[in-house]
Design a protein around this ligand. Structure first.
Ligand code: MTE
Ligand code: MO
Length: 362
């Protein structure tokens, strides 16, 4: 992680774009999208605090709160539990923030704060069953080892740990406690030794460096689901801060990239990825004329729950040189499609309106 290479305007670490060094935030150049699985070295990194150095022999995961028998488990014991492997797409809730007008605060992600990996680990339900969840429980709080002091005056005094909650029903349904990413032990920056994977949700819920699972009978209102990672949901027109949860439907173009030059009067492969939560991608359409006409693209591979679907389209480019505007638009099996315009109630998160790109035909 030390090979710092200056590339004109952009600093790269291991082929990823540096969006912040302390805390470390790295983005995948999305035009590098190739296969369904994102190689670990290309996978974006999002941190809020220094990466904790965890000794696997000293690590314990605690399960406590509204349970019959609280317990703790170490890494060796964890590895002996029955594991499953599933592909899941993680997207940062602030992905695409750089395209917001006017500019807003936060990490200036372009298209690459998203990736799909194969995660191997233990279903959270297994640990909850072992502890025996009490009937009054409603949520599960996941707490990371990382923390620190916040500069935000709205933050709590003293040290804060990164933590978030999920409803008990979701926790039991499909949340995974992963110790492997793409077949290898988690890298330190991706949450070694164990992280949560919350399928279908924006990735802030997928707590890294997990140290505590706290079952609770009160809805949790921690910093990272109220003051941060929340949006204004309307109840009878009254705004109410609501934690971010499910990923919003989206299609992104990997190639050609914004500003790229493509040959005139040729067949050019346009490709990218699309994802949603609940349901699956029904179609991805591509406009090569700024939204006047739309073409259905080819969806590649088979649909997999909670993972993106790659798509491609062979674009017959015009004979005349000039700029062309490309737009991708996804529709899912629940009949939802992407909004054309940005909804201001979403603040600096959940950015899934249509994003036109300009390509030069020459
Ligand atoms: N403990 C902990 N978990 C965390 C975070 C963090 O800072 N600390 N960041 C979250 C956010 S906002 C994102 S987008 C994902 C990023 O996961 P990755 O770095 O493996 O891509 O981790 C989530 N889990
Ligand atoms: Mo994120």
């Amino acid at each position: 992680m030390s090979d710092l290479i200056a590339d004109d305007s952009q600093q790269l670490i291991g082929g990823k774009i540096v969006r912040g060094e302390s805390p470390l935030n790295l983005e995948m150049p999305f035009e590098k999208l190739e296969g369904f699985i994102t190689p670990t070295e290309s996978f974006y990194v999002r941190t809020h605090f220094p990466i904790p150095a965890i000794d696997r022999d000293a690590w314990w995961l605690h399960v406590e709160g509204e349970v019959e028998s609280p317990f703790a488990i170490n890494y060796e014991q964890f590895l002996k539990l029955k594991s499953v492997t599933i592909p899941v797409t993680l997207e940062c809730a602030g992905n695409n923030r750089n395209f917001l007008q006017p500019k807003v605060k936060g990490v200036q992600w372009h298209l690459g704060a998203v990736g799909t990996a194969e995660w191997t680990g233990v279903p959270l339900s297994l640990l909850l069953d072992r502890a025996g969840v009490k009937a009054n429980a409603c949520e599960v709080i996941l707490e990371g080892t990382d923390g620190g002091m916040l500069e935000d005056p709205k933050g709590p005094p003293g040290k804060l740990q990164f933590a978030r909650s999920i409803p008990l029903e979701k926790a039991r349904a499909d949340v995974l406690l992963a110790c492997k990413m793409n077949g290898s032990d988690l890298q330190p920056e991706h949450g070694f030794p164990v992280r949560a994977i919350v399928p279908g949700w924006y990735a802030m819920a997928s707590i890294k460096w997990l140290q505590r699972i706290i079952v609770t009978d009160q809805p949790f209102a921690g910093y990272y689901q109220t003051i941060d990672y929340a949006y204004w949901k309307r109840r009878a027109q009254v705004g109410e801060l609501t934690p971010l949860t499910e990923m919003q439907l989206k299609a992104q173009i990997a190639k050609p990239a914004e500003g790229e030059t493509v040959p005139a009067n040729s067949s050019v492969r346009v490709h990218g990825a699309a994802w949603t939560s609940n349901g699956e991608i029904a179609k991805v359409e591509l406009s090569t004329d700024g939204g006047s006409t739309w073409n259905e693209t080819n969806l590649l591979g088979e649909p997999q729950p909670n993972a993106w679907r790659l798509w491609e389209f062979n674009w017959q480019t015009p004979a005349a040189p000039g700029n062309q505007t490309l737009i991708a638009r996804a529709t899912d099996s629940l009949g939802r499609t992407q909004p054309v315009l940005r909804d201001a109630d979403r603040g600096t998160y959940m950015i899934n309106h249509l994003l036109p790109i300009t390509v030069e035909v020459r």
